[in-house]
Ligand binder design. Structure first.
Ligand SMILES: [Zn+2]
Length: 338
């Protein structure tokens, strides 16, 4: 073969090879691959756009629609981003909640230091006063049958007095006082307990025989923060109505008893809308004279000789107002820190 022929053959071979390469690039399998790559790029761009929307709307369901199966790494990244964002937001919300509760605590502390007391007790929800740590002794006055046997009026006196008198009865309702006192006393027990107070009852039924000294002893033995003797009053005139408070004028707490008595009467007048007639200090009541070591009060909640008072004292809504006033008073006594 001559040199010239060899050269022509080489050039022809190169030309054929080049043609094949051009054909392959234009219409062969490489062309498809390039096309697929182009589509993937387009999908990537659309995924980016979708992810942005998800982050803005926090809608998890949209991510399922747009994800093709070919790019698991992209999916994982997208989910991680979404979950990371959600977690951060949740944490932030929790932190905000924590901040709120801290603020509440701060408010409570401020109230305690400034001894601020809610002025209106009407329509307060149950549990509005924190009475935890308090011991309240409630003595619903009288019992079904009076006991005319006598006992000592006071530790410092030889004078004798009936163990338990019979009490009055309602001019309109006809109900005996011992029954109304117990009804309100039991409601008061539940009400104060719902606010965290420990309540000790001298009786929870009408059929008992407990003298006034024995009732006082119950309050002394539990070292009550408040000893409340619940009664309803009676007067010759049916016009007389309102709230009265009686305290003992002797004993270690005598200096403060009248002021506390006014606190009790005013709290009750505020919650019930009834008139507070004042606090009287004396040594008339054996149930107070034998309990001078604890803050003790004989509360006349209203006059059963007055038709309006009598009806109200048996009205559950009014009874609840009495309980609210007592809760308010107990809260004030808690702040006194006796
Ligand atoms: Zn009475």
């Amino acid at each position: 073969m001559s040199k010239k022929t060899s050269k022509i053959l080489l050039i022809t071979t190169i030309a054929l090879f080049a043609t094949m390469v051009v054909l392959l690039v234009t219409i062969g399998p490489w062309a498809k691959k390039e096309d697929s790559g182009k589509r993937r790029t387009e999908w990537k761009q659309s995924t980016k756009a979708t992810t942005t929307t998800e982050e803005e709307t926090e809608n998890d369901s949209t991510s399922e629609i747009t994800e093709p199966a070919s790019t698991p790494s992209e999916e994982t990244t997208s989910e991680e981003e979404t979950s990371a964002t959600t977690t951060t937001e949740e944490t932030t919300t929790e932190e905000e909640t924590t901040t709120e509760s801290v603020e509440e605590t701060t408010t409570e502390e401020t109230e305690e230091t400034t001894t601020e007391i809610p002025e209106t007790t009407q329509n307060i929800p149950s549990g509005a006063y924190d009475l935890s740590g308090m011991v309240v002794c409630i003595d619903p006055g009288h019992q079904r049958h009076a006991n005319d046997d006598t006992e000592s009026l006071a530790p410092w006196s030889d004078e004798q007095k009936a163990k338990v008198s019979s009490g009055t009865s309602g001019v309109s309702t006809g109900r005996p006082e011992h029954e109304v006192n117990l009804e309100i006393g039991l409601m008061m027990r539940d009400y104060l307990e719902s606010m965290g107070a420990k309540v000790v009852m001298t009786r929870d039924t009408a059929d008992v025989d407990i003298s006034n000294i024995e009732r006082a002893n119950v309050a002394v033995e539990c070292n009550a923060d408040v000893f409340l003797r619940l009664h309803c009053d009676s007067a010759e005139s049916s016009e007389v109505r309102g709230i009265g408070v009686f305290v003992c004028s002797r004993g270690e707490l005598a200096d403060q008893q009248e002021r506390w008595g006014d606190m009790l009467g005013e709290s009750l007048a505020e919650s019930t809308g009834s008139r507070y007639r004042g606090c009287s200090a004396s040594t008339t009541y054996s149930g107070l004279n034998w309990a001078t070591s604890v803050p003790s009060f004989l509360l006349e909640m209203g006059y059963m000789s007055n038709p309006e008072d009598d009806e109200l004292l048996s009205d559950p809504d009014y009874q609840k107002k009495i309980c609210e006033g007592i809760a308010n008073f107990c809260y004030k006594m808690k702040k006194e820190g006796v």
